[in-house]
Ligand binder design. Structure first.
Ligand code: SF4
Length: 363
């Protein structure tokens, strides 16, 4: 008997869905964006782009949380660490280039930088080390924000604080849809984020922009099925939200996680690396929690750093105006062992995924 995962990777069913995709696709060229590193991994690792009709293009937008964390925020974390504050963050952030140093380089110079799996690990470090100031550098989308919120509303120790760089996906997608040169016809919405915010979170976006949105899961058949629903909407001239991942995503999302986020954060404008400031696309700590706000505690000032290195096309990759192979440095001057831009660093960065899986589709 097949496991659930084997069933969702069944080659015969994949071929059947590819056939449905070809039959349903509109005759005009269409560009679909997804905003999720895990979707890109599934698409690239399983060669799904090779099953697409010629006129259907699937691109990754700003779906890698590490890639879109602004240099200003990263430089702030590095600065705190070099001043002796213990900075805790996720492993993927360690090698992301800052203006002068990565967190990893700061650590190699003796700065107290720690890799953690969650905000709770950082709180644990603060409790174990009462004489040491500990900052959790909180990055990621609606998927990781509830974990940060949970520790903030649970009365963490005084020597703990949060440098908050959480970002929100729907405002970023809207920004992309408005951006000249992106010409996007539909959104494959991220399953992870949608488990928290629910499929209903895209309703306003669809109403305002008249683009089809389908929430998709992460196995090959999940992605293909979501793409079939998307191209069907396009061919029929429809624009609505559909949920192709109901085994994980509810229409309303996760109410408990949403409530935690409401108690801990308010929505603010946020700077996205390579993209710039997007209104109402970030989270910052509520005033009543300001004693744990590292930006206030350390009076951090934002200074504009170097967002992308000369020659690096991350800024275009992150807004679906280019694919990694369009960058002259891809695989030559820039590799996962020697990354030039943020998209080559994290496991979910488009350039790193393409490098690992040899993706070279024509756009
Ligand atoms: S290949 Fe490297 S330099 Fe080019 S866009 Fe990607 S991360 Fe930037």
């Amino acid at each position: 008997m097949k496991t659930d995962q084997e069933s969702l990777r069944d080659p015969r069913l994949a071929q059947a869905l590819a056939g449905a995709l070809h039959r349903a696709a509109p005759r005009r060229p269409v560009r679909i964006v997804h905003v999720c590193g895990t979707h890109e991994i599934t698409i690239s690792a399983h060669g799904l782009r090779h099953l697409l009709p010629d006129k259907v293009t699937v691109l990754e937008g700003p779906g890698c949380p590490v890639c879109v964390t602004s240099t200003v925020e990263l430089d702030q974390a590095v600065r705190l660490a070099t001043q002796g504050v213990a900075v805790c963050t996720f492993g993927d952030m360690m090698r992301v280039p800052g203006t002068e140093l990565t967190l990893d380089q700061a650590r190699s110079q003796g700065a107290p930088v720690h890799t953690v799996l969650s905000a709770a690990d950082a709180v644990e470090l603060a409790r174990r080390s009462p004489g040491q100031e500990v900052v959790f550098f909180a990055v990621g989308f609606e998927t990781t924000a509830p974990g940060t919120a949970a520790v903030l509303v649970d009365d963490p120790p005084d020597n703990f604080s949060v440098l908050c760089s959480h970002k929100l996906i729907p405002p970023a997608v809207e920004y992309l849809l408005d951006m000249p040169g992106t010409e996007l016809d539909g959104l494959l919405a991220p399953g992870h984020v949608s488990t928290v915010i629910g499929a209903k979170a895209y309703v306003d976006l669809v109403r305002r922009h008249q683009v089809p949105v389908v929430v998709g899961g992460f196995e090959p058949l999940d992605v293909l099925y979501a793409l079939v629903l998307l191209v069907r909407q396009m061919a029929d001239g429809e624009a609505k939200v559909e949920n192709a991942y109901p085994r994980a995503v509810a229409w309303e999302g996760n109410g408990q996680a949403q409530e935690l986020m409401r108690r801990a954060f308010h929505v603010c404008d946020a700077s996205w690396r390579g993209i710039g400031e997007i209104p109402a696309s970030g989270l910052s700590l509520r005033t009543e929690l300001s004693q744990w706000d590292a930006a206030m505690k350390y009076e951090i000032q934002g200074e504009q750093g170097q967002e992308v290195a000369p020659g690096c096309r991350c800024a275009d990759v992150l807004v679906a105006r280019a694919v990694p192979a369009d960058c002259p440095l891809f695989g030559v001057g820039c590799t996962p062992l020697s990354p030039v831009g943020p998209c080559m660093v994290g496991a979910e960065g488009a350039c790193a995924v393409w490098y690992r899986h040899g993706e070279r589709p024509v756009v």
